[in-house]
Design a protein around this ligand. Sequence first.
Ligand SMILES: *Cc1c(COP(=O)(O)O)cnc(C)c1O
Length: 475
Amino acid sequence: MRYLSTRQGADTNGASFVDTILTGLAPDGGLYVPATVPDVRTCLGRWQHLSYTELAAEIMALYISDMTPEEIHDLIARSYAGFDHPLTAPVVPLGDVHILELFHGPTLAFKDYALQFLGRAFEYALARRGGQLNVLAATSGDTGAAAIAGVRARPGIRIFVMHPKGGISSLQQLQMTTILDDNVHNLAIKGTFDDCQEIMKSVFNDLEFKRQYSLGAVNSVNWARVLAQIVYYFYAYFQVCRVEKLGRQVRFSVPTGNFGNIFAGYLAARMGLPIACLILATNANDVLARFFCSGDYVRGRVQPTLAPAMDVQAPSNFERYLYYRYAGDSAALKRFLERWQTSGRARIPPGEGGVDPLFAASAATETEILETIEGAWKEHQYLLDPHTATGVAAARKTPSQTPTICLATAHPAKFPGALGSAVDSASASHKSLASLVDLPQRQTIMPAEREHVMAYLRLHISARGGTPVGKFGPS
Ligand SMILES: *Cc1c(COP(=O)(O)O)cnc(C)c1O
């Protein structure tokens, strides 16, 4: 499989899988997409009884042609070995919906499913190609912790994670800042998550700097993230639709911020998984919910909510969707993005396909989030985290006979302050979090300016040809 940029710049030969993971953003500033999307409808029967690891190996091998099937299988097996549930991604019933629990990895959020894999894939790529990698990341909370867990102490890799100072939960912060490995750097940025993301993009767009300091990305712009996330849509489908029902359609409801998770579901649908509807759930930051209801893409101001990992108004992965929406017409895509950049609004008029029938969308208010959590707790003694609650609320707003699978994107114990008064807070605990509170922390506070971030990187990375990784001191 080769990968093309959504903006189809100079790189017309396409990139290999290993290229895409090491470079993150394509050289022309676009995002990598696979040159073709494999049709797997004839594989579903064979795949339905596979373990998570076996299924992941089958699916990922379709997209990775520069590693052997044994290498892929080995990386995947090691990636998920530490997860704390025998099914890795179990589906449990919750009244009229199914919950796909994606919080069984080391940092208790769905991002572990991709980042445990990506960390090991980086290590593999560096072993093969040599050199070092300096990961620069922006996080609204969960990516940073999961990325740090994926790369800490891995040889040849350093990680620099920007988070909005005061904009993430205290447990999310502790999950990052208590990791004291020499190769881990936490930058608390005085700004919003979108500011962090803008700085990251702008640093990556400085191609000379990126090359000189061997920068790489773990944000969902990195193709490997999307790829690893495709797996659990299939795995969940097989848990809900047993043998005789294969071919039956399901709906997925996906709490959405940067559009990475739901985009993996979109690709699963394009691969032939029988998905009747992708329900895009947002919190009050509803830029995407409005787009999928009206075709208008209008930037709003970021509002802090009970579901902070979704406080996003400039969703970076949306460009991948636009690429398919414009049927690979990069010129049209670029016009759309330019209008959005300059005026904060762009639209796909009804004449150009209007609203995509595969998607439904809805935004949850803070009250709806709390009511959904309290309702699930009272009726089923099941605790939803506030992000997952947006998805359950969205599914309930568009009732259907079609089985509905709601993605549970985080463990409730990560957001104890947001669960509402009706919920017994002792139930919202997890042993891996309780132990963090008294640990020493390390982070560096800085203004939301790219020059400050670049200066920090210069200070802590030896430019290409300088001293090898491992010789730098703590920050
Ligand atoms: C990151 C995150 C989301 C949003 O996922 P995207 O892929 O950015 O759309 C939702 N919920 C939780 C708990 C998250 O950590």
